[in-house]
Design a protein around this ligand. Structure first.
Ligand code: C5P
Length: 222
């Protein structure tokens, strides 16, 4: 039998990151943070001074991407190492999110990252967090979840997350940026953000994290 995959897709601030991490921990499964791959491509492109609309250069960047996820020993955030350097802090800003969304709309970039993502499917199982995990990358996943929440709540969650990490943001600006990013992700030609036909849509507005985690675990165990 093939290795089981739980796909968790949804817009930014839907709680995907937190839920995916906790569910993977509970199941003892591997975790794929696919957004980090697009963020890393945008980050390297920035370092190299590439134009975010130069499809050929960005595709090459994605093909050559060297990224490693290193779990922190003290239980804090997983460190993301890009080209040998710790890029964790640079990758979590909303600027990095916007750059990720720009490079993610380029078909060559997406194609270049497919095998890397498939490689995360290792026993005993994988929780895959992203926008197209259930629709494009793991269409045969036995369990697919699509997380949503109201736009106001998603912006408020991202605001708290970034504030907790010590970033200087305002709720109004963040809400506008997130709306622009989600609109771009949902309207792009390749792998647009949308639930797979066989995904269970969970609206997490007003729902505590622990409740969402139990709901998702129940879907995996059905
Ligand atoms: O999930 P995260 O906020 O880190 O994703 C950053 C951006 O990367 C998204 O806004 C989206 O444009 C892109 N992305 C994608 N496909 C994925 C994961 C992320 O296009 N599977």
């Amino acid at each position: 039998a093939s290795v089981p995959v739980l796909t968790i897709d949804g817009p930014s601030g839907s709680g995907k990151g937190t839920i995916s991490r906790q569910v993977a921990e509970r199941l003892g499964w591997h975790l794929l943070d696919s957004g980090a791959l697009y963020r890393a491509v945008g980050y390297v492109a920035g370092l190299e001074g590439l134009d975010l609309t130069d499809a050929d250069a960005l595709t090459r960047c994605a093909r050559e991407l060297k990224i490693r996820f290193v779990p922190a020993a003290d239980g804090s955030d997983t460190r993301i190492i890009v080209d040998g350097l710790d890029a964790t802090d640079a990758l979590r800003t909303e600027t990095a999110g916007a750059a990720a969304s720009a490079v993610a709309s380029i078909p060559g970039v997406r194609a270049a990252l497919v095998d890397l993502q498939l490689g995360f499917r290792q026993p005993p199982g994988l929780v895959a967090d992203g926008r197209d995990m259930g629709t494009v990358i793991f269409p045969d996943a036995p369990t697919k979840v699509f997380l949503t929440a109201s736009a106001a709540e998603r912006a408020a969650r991202r605001y708290k997350q970034l504030k907790d990490k010590g970033l200087d943001v305002t709720l109004e600006v963040l809400q506008r940026e997130i709306e622009a990013r989600d609109a771009r992700d949902a309207s792009r030609a390749v792998a647009p953000l949308k639930p797979a036909p066989d995904a269970v849509v969970v609206d997490t507005t007003g729902m505590p994290i622990a409740t969402v985690v139990e709901k998702v675990l129940a879907l995996v165990r059905h």
